[in-house]
Design a protein around this ligand. Structure first.
Ligand code: C2O
Ligand code: CU
Length: 469
């Protein structure tokens, strides 16, 4: 990663130390703080979400862009981010899907104090897993994320599978007026009690439509990230036969058995490998079909000289990530998580006019985010314990259940399709389903477990658990 401002590079520091240019004391001071920091600033900005000739929309963006910069780091290397908050309100950065050191998890009230406007926080950690991750604030996320604060975090494999292009596609949706201005009403009771804040305008990497030039026979890796506040994406790459190679950052397959569309809940990531079998002029269209079919982009075959005479035949499986411990199939600690509440239908006036909490976990609510860390956890586990959480969705809405600091298996599902053998950090649980997830609680600290429909999270669907050190 390149430092943006002046900073001695790691190599320069090490070379300087080796050449004894620094006094021993100074050298020690520098080396104790290994590597340069990369600045990351959350601030107010504008973006042309409707295209280059469209209106300017006021947004909040990391480094003033939507999405924020793609942060890339090599597996095994440290990520060092100097976060500065230039927003009009408090914030923090959460690194979604990273099995991170708890102090770096970025959850105000639970793992750190909120970063006040005008101040900052240094995040330093070495991601244990290679893969596709993302970052976003964990403070008033129901407003900060749909205003534009989200970005991709890519941890590159030591030995990446052979691909001619590696393309990040971060998908967001926005609620815009026809004038391109962002609709207010963040955290409205109506959104909270229904599907959440669904946008009316979808972007890929901040654009309404992306054209990605490819050459015939190329192999392209696509990293899909659902950064929407509430929308469940159903994606198709029409005409192509993409192979799914990773889910939520963890290698799978390769497999093509994902049904007729790729279904990503808010927070999910899918890595695909696509062979560009076709001729110049041809294209594969990326369409979203959760509502009316909508084209989001296209892989466009170019007529220029080909990189490859023949498509690659080499295998495309990713090497496994280290130390993902299989949970005990019987489970040593069984945690029931009953989800209730929300509106029963569009016209549920009882809920809309009510004053109590919209959603409940096990009949209780955690409306007061400030009391998060001081309230009771959903459970406590000694380190190394196999935990099963039995998530029962007795609401009329799907929920995207996200666990911090750990990846989990879907061990059993009642009233839904059979589980796939994936590791997830965020799992869709449809109305009426009961999903039992399992993981080894091997990462000490206080961790969130919440719905990633961000308005649901803000209205009672959040909890935390503690893994003893
Ligand atoms: Cu992506 Cu608790 O968050
Ligand atoms: Cu939810």
């Amino acid at each position: 990663m390149q430092p943006k401002k002046f900073n001695p590079s790691r190599r320069a520091v090490l070379m300087g130390a080796a050449a004894s240019v620094l006094t021993p004391l100074a050298a020690k001071a520098v080396l104790a703080n290994v590597g340069p920091m990369r600045d990351l600033e959350a601030r107010v900005a504008t973006a042309r979400l409707m295209g280059a000739t469209g209106p300017q929309t006021p947004v909040w963006g990391f480094d003033g862009t939507v999405p924020g910069p793609v942060l890339r780091v090599r597996h095994g290397e440290e990520l060092a981010i100097r976060f500065a908050n230039k927003l009009p309100e408090g914030s923090a950065v959460h690194w979604h899907g990273i099995r991170i050191d708890n102090r770096m998890d970025g959850v105000p009230g639970l793992t750190q104090t909120v970063v006040a406007p005008g101040s900052g926080f240094d995040y330093r950690y070495t991601p244990p897993d290679a893969g596709t991750f993302w970052y976003h604030p964990h403070e008033r996320s129901f407003e900060q994320v749909p205003r534009g604060l989200a970005g991709a975090l890519i941890v590159e494999e030591q030995e990446p599978p052979q691909a001619d292009q590696d393309i990040v596609l971060l998908i967001s949706d926005w609620r815009l007026g026809t004038d391109g201005q962002m609709a207010g009403g963040f955290g409205s009771r109506h959104d909270q009690a229904h599907a959440g804040r669904l946008g009316n305008h979808i972007t890929v990497n901040g654009e309404p439509f992306v054209t990605l030039p490819v050459q015939a026979n190329e192999r392209v890796r696509l990293r899909l990230i659902n950064a929407c506040s509430a929308r469940i994406l159903r994606l198709q790459l029409e005409g192509a036969q993409p192979k799914l190679i990773a889910v939520d950052g963890q290698p799978v397959g390769p497999t093509t058995s994902y049904g007729e569309a790729l279904m990503l809940g808010p927070g999910n990531r899918f890595d695909l490998m696509v062979d560009m079998v076709g001729t110049p002029g041809h294209s594969f269209v990326l369409a979203e079909i959760s509502g009316e079919r909508q084209e989001l982009g296209r892989l466009q075959f170019h007529a220029t000289d080909r990189r490859r005479a023949e498509p690659l035949v080499a295998p495309i499986a990713l090497a496994p990530n280290p130390l993902l411990l299989e949970p005990d199939p019987k489970g040593e600690l069984i945690v029931p998580l009953l989800m209730t509440g929300g509106a029963a239908n569009e016209m549920d006036m009882k809920v809309l006019m009510g004053t109590g909490s919209v959603w409940q976990f096990n009949g209780k609510t955690t409306m007061d985010m400030a009391a998060m860390g001081s309230g009771e956890p959903l459970f406590r586990a000694p380190r190394g314990r196999s935990v099963h959480v039995r998530i029962e969705n007795r609401t009329a809405w799907p929920h995207a259940m996200h666990v911090h600091g750990h990846h989990f298996r879907l061990l059993a599902r009642e009233n839904g399709p059979a589980p796939q053998p994936f590791w997830w950090d965020t799992l869709l649980v449809q109305p009426g389903e009961t999903s039992t997830i399992g993981f080894v609680a091997d990462n000490p600290g206080k961790w969130m477990l919440h719905c990633h429909m961000l308005d649901h999270q803000a209205a009672g669907m959040d909890a935390w658990f503690e893994v003893a050190g």
